[in-house]
Design a protein around this ligand. Structure first.
Ligand SMILES: C[S@@+](CC[C@H](N)C(=O)[O-])C[C@H]1O[C@@H](n2cnc3c(N)ncnc32)[C@H](O)[C@@H]1O
Length: 494
């Protein structure tokens, strides 16, 4: 992949919550290892583009030291402007090829490589794993995402079609538009629309139509695009003294919880790698976010439930309806904005999930949550003891299907509206030029023009009355509600 290409069409770099060291630390701990505490950690991101992911990490962990490398001068320069504008002292972006990264620069506690591995030549792929081997702390955690087969076979169909359709078009935007228009015709017009291939590509096409053209270009039209089977990835890790620990996000993919399938997996897949490989076939998986540790780290699934009890938990699931006080309902549904929903008939779990929803986006300790669940069931500690484990298992299931996040060190941000609200300096700075900023929970927040002005005014110097005066047409109630919204979006400093 040419450096010039990334300079010509910069990648829209943004935050990915699953790469934040807080979640790498939490997943490491949950899987039996004891990763370095994140507060004072050293973090490295390979292929960091303009730092849309790394700079919010650095901002959220002021005592950490974060280094990002990328060979695109234009992207790195853009990120360096943010570092200067915000006055970040713990972040550095370096214009350098991954191939030239010095192997004595470690140890790094957390290494992130998102959206790079499958789009670079094999020597760069090798360097990515080599850097993890040479530069990662003994108990460190690396995040490497990559495209997997068999799910990518269908996307390769799209890729080849898009490449062919846009081959003589120089303008990048037009290239994408030309290809998408053709494919759109294919899936919407008879007789093509009734052909099996239309049904197969429809979902992917819908997804890519909603993306900016820079995304489509880098996702589908890169010179190199090399999806591999999970088994092959695991073998490459092994050659570098590394091992797959878990996935940073399961993409909402759930292996069918069916006795026949469970028996098949237990009997046929004797080892972890084979089991994961079968699951990719079962779910036609196309993307993995591998959490990687050194071989020899004590990965231990048997401790998960016990370790979960020492953690904090947060969920974006909200009740579909809130039962009036003192009444009970047979079942309650808690939809999640992106990852499906939780349905429960258990009074205890209902109380627990209502408690989590009220606390969000702040995390709650799992112990406190278990007490609420016990209260919801109206049980004494003795009565609750035999069901406690079942409840923990249920919570773990939510975590493993992205319906909840767990933490050892939860993100810090304002939990209540303040009289002189102060939005994160990074979000204030970025809102001057971008409509998408990053929250202190490392999640994207989209701002319209008016919200961007409000965010910039909330710099900790203005009272509610000052804000009423500064926002045309606003009254106190509107300003208080807008500050409440900033709390919910995790944009306010603690
Ligand atoms: C598809 S973008 C992903 C950016 C970002 N990590 C993300 O997920 O949003 C790939 C990035 O890798 C960088 N890159 C590709 N090959 C590289 C190399 N050999 N050395 C350094 N950076 C490289 C590109 O400049 C680009 O910013």
């Amino acid at each position: 992949v040419s450096k010039a290409y990334y300079d010509q069409v910069p990648y829209t770099s943004q935050a990915y919550i699953e790469t934040h060291p807080a979640l790498l630390e939490a997943f490491g701990y949950l899987h039996g290892i004891d990763p370095p505490p994140i507060r004072s950690s050293r973090v490295l991101e390979l292929g960091c583009a303009s730092g849309g992911n790394l700079l919010p990490i650095a901002y959220s962990l002021p005592e950490s030291r974060c280094l990002g490398v990328d060979f695109s001068e234009r992207q790195v320069a853009r990120g360096q402007k943010v570092i200067q504008g915000v006055g970040l002292t713990n972040a550095e972006l370096r214009c350098q090829s991954i191939l030239d990264f010095p192997r004595d620069a470690g140890p790094f506690d957390y290494i992130i490589c998102h959206g790079v591995y499958s789009w670079v030549p094999v020597e760069v792929q090798d360097a990515i794993m080599g850097i993890c081997r040479d530069c990662m702390a003994p108990n460190g955690v690396a995040f490497i995402s990559f495209n997997v087969l068999p799910g990518w076979y269908l996307k390769l169909w799209l890729r080849q079609a898009l490449l062919l359709l846009g081959k003589d078009v120089a303008d990048p935007d037009l290239r994408v538009r030309r290809g998408v228009e053709f494919l759109d015709f294919l899936v919407t017009n008879e007789p093509h629309a009734s052909m099996p291939i239309s049904a197969l590509i429809k979902q992917d096409l819908q997804w890519l139509k909603g993306r900016p053209s820079s995304y489509v270009l880098h996702e589908y039209l890169e010179e190199v695009n090399d999806p591999i089977y999970f088994q092959e990835f695991a073998a490459r890790l092994a050659r570098h003294g590394l091992v797959y620990m878990a996935d940073g996000r399961v993409n909402g993919i759930n292996v069918p919880n069916h006795p026949v399938m469970q028996r098949f997996l237990t009997e046929t897949a004797s080892d972890r790698v084979l089991r994961e490989q079968y699951m990719d076939f079962l779910t036609n998986r196309a993307f993995r976010r591998a959490l990687v540790v050194r071989a020899g780290q004590p990965i231990d699934f048997s401790q998960m439930e016990r370790r979960l009890e020492n953690m904090q938990i947060m969920s974006h699931c909200k009740p579909a309806s809130v039962p009036p006080q003192g009444t009970s309902v047979p079942e309650l549904k808690f939809p999640h904005p992106t990852a499906g929903h939780i349905s429960t008939r258990d009074n205890g779990m209902m109380a627990g999930l209502l408690h989590l929803a009220k606390a969000a986006p702040q995390a709650t300790t799992v112990r406190e949550l278990l007490e609420v669940i016990q209260g919801g069931k109206g049980m004494s500690a003795e009565q609750f003891a035999p069901v406690r484990q079942m409840m923990i298992r249920e919570l773990l299931q939510y975590v493993m299907t992205n319906l909840a996040h767990v933490y050892l060190s939860p993100p810090r941000f304002g939990a209540v509206p303040s009289e002189k609200p102060r939005v994160s300096a990074l979000a204030r700075f970025c809102s001057q030029s971008e409509s998408r900023v990053t929250s202190l929970r490392h999640e994207p927040v989209d701002l319209d023009a008016q919200s961007a002005v409000f965010v910039q005014l909330c710099d900790g110097t203005r009272s509610v009355a000052d804000l009423v005066a500064a926002m045309p047409g606003a009254n106190e109630q509107m300003i208080r509600s807008a500050i409440g919204q900033l709390v919910k979006q995790a944009l306010l400093e603690a």
